[in-house]
Design a binder for this molecule. Sequence first.
Ligand code: ADP
Ligand code: ASP
Ligand code: MG
Length: 413
Amino acid sequence: MATIAMKFGGTSVADIERIRHVATLVKREVERGNQVAVVVSAMAGETNKLVAWTNEAAHGGNNLAIPDQREYDVVVAAGEQITAGLLAITLNAMGVKARSWLGWQVPINTSAVHGSARIEGVPATDMKRAIENGEVAVVAGFQGVAPGTRISTLGRGGSDTSAVAVAAGIGAARCDIYTDVDGVYTTDPRIVPKARRLEKIAYEEMLEMASLGAKVLQTRSVEIAMLHRVPTRVLSTFTPDVGGTLLCDEEDIVEKKPVTGIAYSRDEAKITLHKVPDRPGVSAAIFGPLADAGVNVDMIVQNVSEDGETTDLTFTCTRGELTRALAAIETHAKDIQYRAVTHTADVAKVSIIGIGMRAHPGVAQLMFRTLADKGINIEVISTSEIKVSVLIAEEYVELAVRALHSAYELDAA
Ligand code: ADP
Ligand code: ASP
Ligand code: MG
């Protein structure tokens, strides 16, 4: 007998019929003699609807920051409460003893950063006892409790993180993430039909894939899986007995190709400051106020000064942070002394990822050549030990991902 955690995403619980199907998968694990905690997302589309309502209430629908993020969390956490209750009702109706657990009841303790809180601990004493007594625990994903007993949420896609944290908290033998694809692919199978499923992926690679845009797992869930050594698998709710991808240690991967996967993110915006003085302290004058405004600057490029006096500086952030970033720059215009500022959200980031890159020189060159052959201009480049990212015009994302997928010989036969 083992204790296991199972997680079902939005499309897996999209209606009552699918919830019933999910219940049969849970029942099957119980009948195998396992003790089970199930983590559920909101029904597909529900969270988007709730987010839109908060915007409408605050700004008549304009997509600005919600004045009080704590109330945003109260609203958007509601979708998971509904599915947790519905799955518990369905399981009981099938003769499987179950009860729902909301974030505050588990408790899933989080930081006070509402809207993107970090899980700080999952004591789960009562829940663990209930599981040991043979009751299935159905946990509402995505939500937790912040200091002061306020409801918090973990950022979009956060139910993955709830699942891995619950698995770690109850000492589960494994965490199975059920979704609408049967594993982690070399790239998003929705845009590259020739993408291949990976049997295994190293935690480090999955971490990069997730943080560079592959939304199959939330980045933080991979961090927790890696930190607490939770054996984590990605599986399909609809074909649960085939495929799957296991997250594992780098050493467990025998064949280390230079590139394992390709990720893309459309959630990018680019800001250029023209003719800023080329002297010490300028970067600090720019990035200090941005940090204070809570803007996460990602890629940065500073041009060589043509006249020795001024230079252009470009950086990227998420689209949601663009308005805040421009406001911070304008507020500090006097200190920064730029001549003009331009911005665009018509950009996207494409990244190649692979632990094999460490041992294979010249990996980036093939990326640049492939994009050049397609006539795609690279606006900004950033690299780390196991990834290369480029910023390109958004209209070329799919072309770029497909071309790179073929160039790195990732296409399925
Ligand atoms: P869930 O609602 O189950 O959490 P998500 O929509 O958040 O599901 O994540 C699954 C989706 O992630 C897939 O439908 C797929 O389009 C997308 N995806 C992006 N990159 C990858 C990848 N490399 N491998 C598998 N799926 C990916
Ligand atoms: N329902 C939340 C979202 O749509 C959390 C999740 O599904 O993981 O972002
Ligand atoms: Mg998800």
